[in-house]
Ligand binder design. Structure first.
Ligand code: PRE
Length: 95
């Protein structure tokens, strides 16, 4: 096997790990929603969105990763969580 194939196999493994973590993160929606029902907190919590984004941006700076790209990725992750919570609460995908 040549080196490029080896590298691509490793990238594929990393991609699988990323997908498993995204799946795990999205699946937290059920627990977080239940907890919000008890607390009466809204699904989209702007303050917490900022906490999550700022935490990711700080980590990005330490890791020397492009902050704009990391911000975009975390905005998508938050949106996926909100969509799943909306689906679970029966609201579905609102425009
Ligand atoms: O922490 C929460 O309240 C969540 O629902 C999780 C999460 C996230 O994806 O990090 C999603 C939606 C909220 O607006 C804030 C944060």
């Amino acid at each position: 096997m040549n080196e490029l194939e080896d590298i691509r196999r490793e990238i594929e493994e990393i991609d699988r790990e990323i997908l498993a973590l995204i799946d795990r993160r999205v699946n937290m929606a059920e627990r977080v929603l239940e907890s919000k029902r008890i607390n009466g907190t809204s699904i989209n919590d702007q303050k917490q969105n900022e906490v999550v984004i700022n935490r990711a941006l700080n980590a990005a700076t330490e890791l020397n990763l492009d902050p704009g790209s990391i911000k975009a990725i975390f905005e998508v992750l938050i949106r996926m969580s909100i969509e799943r919570q909306n689906e679970l609460s029966g609201k579905g995908r609102l425009p």
